[in-house]
Ligand binder design. Sequence first.
Ligand code: MG
Length: 381
Amino acid sequence: MVRWILHIDMDAFFASVEQLDNPELRGKPIIVGGQSCRGVVSTCSYEARKFGVHSAMPTVEARRLCPHAEFLPGRMWRYKEVSCEIMRIFGEEAPVVEQLSIDEAFLDVTGMERLCGDVRNIGWRIKERIKNEIGLTCSVGLAPNKFLAKMASDLQKPDGFTIITHEKARDFIAPLPVTKIFGIGSAARNTLLQYGIATIGQLAKADKRIVQKVFGKNADKVQLLAQGLDDRPVVPETAPKSIGRETTFEKDLFTFDECKAAILELSGQTGFRLRKKGYSGRTVTLKVKFKDFKTITRSISSEGDISCDEEIFVLAVKLLQGVSYQNGVRLLGVTVSHLQDGSCGTLGFEENTKLLQRNATIDNLKKRFGENIIHRGGRHS
Ligand SMILES: [Mg+2]
């Protein structure tokens, strides 16, 4: 049986939600993202894209290109709310949904012809429901596999619907540049160019040895994708592998105390997320990006499962002690991995119970009044 996979991606999601909630912003260039001098654009409306603004561009650059745009810091809680509505519609229309991010998902609709005549109808109906019930547009790709479906949804944005059939898949993708394959960046593109390979079609037919030289152990996978083949299943949401937070600083940090204060904050944010989702973890990872953009990660594991801010903090600071921060730290990140269901497995020790209670109290405050309601003092110095 031929598989049919839908990939649905909301158009300029954050910016569109802002325009939905505030009619005055409709038809105007909207740029949602970090407002500081080191902030980056998270999403921009199509009106702003005309000026060359795009996601991940420094906000400073976006201001230069489109000074009259409306710059907004973003309202994550609201985007999540709308996202839940969208995912609910997906769940009602398709039997298997894999959410990829806040605004996109794969839907496996294989075999649904028997119920709805033509799988295309599912895509049209979802577009219509999202427009009528939520007020937003999305772009849909329908294809025999994930790779092609994701590529298809991107081809006619915004408000597009692109279908790549099984028979036409190979011809369809052959003329596209190799960078359309997820994971092929400019470095691999340049290397391939040296061998005269510029398009997906050329990559599909390329000599195995060349592909091996460029992609190593991923060579076979890449070449199959270039041939339009991808048998990855659509997998309904799975538990996260790690939970963490990172911050880029306005000014580089140079001292142990500055780094430690930042880690205290990050440990609190990470712990809060961990407990909110009902997890505890075993391994703490510290990510450090230096002034020169060199990035390292250091990990340490505890004997038992941890989920309290204090426990995460102590391990992260231990990792910091082995890092040469003196030349300037641009970014710090704290992540907890090897996750388990349930907060803290080591209940029963008096010290730990007190910790858990204190963390629970802080969590309640944060849930009621927002995460910025409370900041930890340097009690653990
Ligand atoms: Mg999107």
